[in-house]
Design a protein around this ligand. Structure first.
Ligand code: CA
Length: 231
């Protein structure tokens, strides 16, 4: 029995009902909110494990809501799946860059949504608790789920954290986008290869102020590599 709590922020009742029904049947506990204000109150009260946020909401855009959450230490690790009626690639990238961990375009089947939720939850909870991994002063502590640059904490979203962990455990090897999807996302068929580039960009940006972005190297025509040696 799955007892994960999911917050659903969606103003359209018909969609809320459809999603609520499917998720309850899949064993999740659902907390529903009609707008961002109620969604935020539910975060505080219910401490959900994942949030599904609609893009178009009455009081604020779901994208802005997600961006705000990802800026707050308390909520930045909360996985967010964005719902949208927009199918354009630019919007999708904006959604991911806004901090969403995944993205689903309406109309979608409840089954697809459940598969994505499970994939995202697997991704954020399957971190093996091993020793601290250290690389030229950049330290990743799996037990504390924390990354430090010297003594400074590095703020990463759940996907970027997992990506960095994978890279630090597999240094000096080139991985194609397909291999990275397979290893980091667990072969989730719903994620497109372009998504990798968005998360690489986010990871580099987070490492940039500490000068560690140079470790994430693009290998033209092949993929990405983590290495302390110059490109
Ligand atoms: Ca809406």
């Amino acid at each position: 029995m799955n007892t994960k709590k999911i917050l659903l922020v969606e103003d359209e009742k018909a969609i809320r009902d459809m999603i609520g029904f499917a998720l309850r049947r899949a064993g999740f506990t659902i907390i529903e909110a009609e707008n961002c204000r109620d969604g935020r109150a539910a975060l505080v009260d219910a401490r959900p494990d994942l949030a599904i946020v609609d893009w178009m909401l009455p009081d604020q855009s779901g994208l802005e809501f997600t961006r705000q959450l990802k800026r707050e230490p308390e909520y930045r690790d909360l996985p967010v799946i964005m719902l949208t009626a927009r199918a354009e690639e630019g919007d999708k990238v904006a959604g991911l860059e806004g901090g969403a961990d995944d993205y689903i375009t309406k109309p979608f089947s409840p089954r697809e949504l459940v598969a994505r939720i499970n994939a995202v939850l697997r991704r954020v909870s399957s971190v093996p608790l091993g020793d601290v991994i250290e690389c030229e002063g950049l330290r990743l502590d799996p037990a504390a789920h924390r990354v430090l640059a010297g003594e400074q904490p590095v703020t990463l979203g759940p996907t970027e954290y997992r990506m960095l962990e994978f890279f630090m455990l597999h240094q000096d090897r080139v991985y194609s986008r397909e291999q990275l999807l397979d290893r980091i996302w667990g072969g989730n068929v719903y994620v497109e290869e372009r998504t990798i580039d968005v998360h690489i960009r986010r990871l580099r940006k987070a490492l940039q102020e500490f000068g560690y972005d140079r470790l994430i190297q693009t290998v033209r025509g092949a993929g990405y590599r983590f290495s302390v040696r110059a490109e």
